[in-house]
Write a protein that binds this ligand. Structure first.
Ligand code: GLY
Length: 388
């Protein structure tokens, strides 16, 4: 009897020390996400979408024009696909259709985020609605393409502020809409934008500036600055994440759409950015909100989640040691995000999934809070790594 108790005791110690498998981790997070995303629906006023939590922990919402409006519908699509839960599928359908009129609204440089993350995933969840979804996505691509200038060779970002023709590194993400749903001419625009970004946004160490302001008459660069980072010359973490994700995505898309040379250029750029990040990321894989912010600086879970998703994709198209190091880093980031430090508990956070992101530190906006895009890219990364 004593022997059996001893064996059982040792077995339970081993079991508690054993590393959770990635499949088990993804299952645990998707179980939680399924609960949280439904809870979020019950907290949302009619017609509104989640944005963040305020200082008192209350839900802050947005209309469909906020650049993040596609992330909650997109997260619902991921959860519905992963769990095959009909309630989640119905919510994914409901919230995606909130965005029906966006492709005809006043154009926005972020129409790619908004439509690709919502309708782009809805299309996969509801193949029978593919024709209608494709129409919205194609209209969205037309809208984004109308912001392209052949003089600068880029799509324009903001219509506000002190700049003449600002282009932000974030806009690499919007190119996915042009590549997937645009005409060949619009795909060439996306390639041009990415090439100009390689030429003008990167420093010698492969960190990126946030904003490059162009002269719209000559196409020359006027200045390079930050808007959400610590300083003009610092490496704002989410900007570095957009760069890694954006160039990896462009390498994949160009390969699929028959632009092998462009694909090779963008893959090489993604690999350089990855090498830089692998050197600079901390032991737990989650960067502070700016790599150059004075210590101690707050962590940004959103940057960690975006990078994790990109690292998994890059690992699939690159070879050898870099591929292995990308997967190791993605796994580390996902394990950290799935730990109690970052993961909301069931019923907590009003239905968000991750804590501790930073939206806009210089403006003291959305500091150390949940954000919809952190949740979206976390779920995407887990789907991607589970499929490997
Ligand atoms: N695209 C806006 C941001 O990353 O905050």
């Amino acid at each position: 009897m004593k022997r059996i108790v001893l064996i059982l005791g040792i077995a339970s110690i081993f079991a508690s020390c054993a590393k959770e498998s990635l499949d088990a981790l993804a299952g645990r997070v998707y179980d939680l996400a399924s609960y949280q995303l439904v809870l979020m629906d019950s907290n949302l006023p009619q017609g509104r979408l989640p944005k963040t939590l305020d200082e008192g922990g209350e839900l802050v919402t947005s209309d469909i024009k906020w650049w993040c409006s596609g992330f909650y519908p997109g997260s619902l699509c991921f959860a519905a696909m992963h769990t095959e839960n009909l309630k989640l599928a119905a919510l994914a359908d409901k919230y995606t259709h909130y965005l029906d009129t966006l492709s005809r609204a006043k154009n926005s440089h972020d129409i790619g985020f908004m439509l690709n993350c919502s309708f782009g995933n809805h299309l996969l969840l509801f193949p029978e609605q593919a024709a209608a979804d494709s129409l919205v996505l194609r209209e969205g691509a037309d809208r984004l393409a109308s912001r392209f200038s052949p003089v600068t060779g880029t799509t324009r970002s903001w219509d506000f502020g002190k700049w003449k023709y600002p282009v932000i590194i974030d806009n690499m993400m919007n190119l996915e809409l042009l590549m997937k749903f645009g005409t060949p001419e619009q795909q060439e625009m996306a390639i041009s934008h990415a090439d100009r970004t390689i030429a003008n946004h990167f420093r010698d160490d492969y960190t990126t500036w946030h904003v490059v302001d162009y002269d719209p008459e000559s196409g020359e660069v006027i200045k390079k600055q930050t808007h959400q980072g610590y300083s003009d010359d610092s490496a704002w973490s989410r900007g570095q994440a957009w760069a890694l994700y954006g160039f990896t995505m462009m390498a994949v898309q160009c390969n699929e759409k028959g632009y092998p040379e462009a694909s090779a250029r963008f893959k090489a750029q993604a690999e350089k950015v990855a090498e830089m990040l692998l050197q600079r990321l901390p032991a737990d894989g989650i960067p502070e909100w700016d790599f150059d912010a004075p210590e101690p600086a707050l962590k940004d879970a959103s940057a960690g989640a975006i990078m994790a998703s990109a690292f998994v994709q890059l690992a699939g198209i690159t070879r050898g040691s870099l591929s292995r190091r990308c997967i190791t880093m993605a796994e580390k980031q996902l394990r950290t995000l799935a730990s109690p430090r970052y993961l909301c508990e069931k019923g907590e956070c009003k239905g968000f999934i991750l804590k501790h992101s930073v939206g806009n530190m210089p403006k003291n906006g959305e500091v150390d809070v949940p954000l919809t895009y952190a949740d979206y890219y976390f779920l995407e990364a887990l789907m991607r790594i589970s499929e490997k």
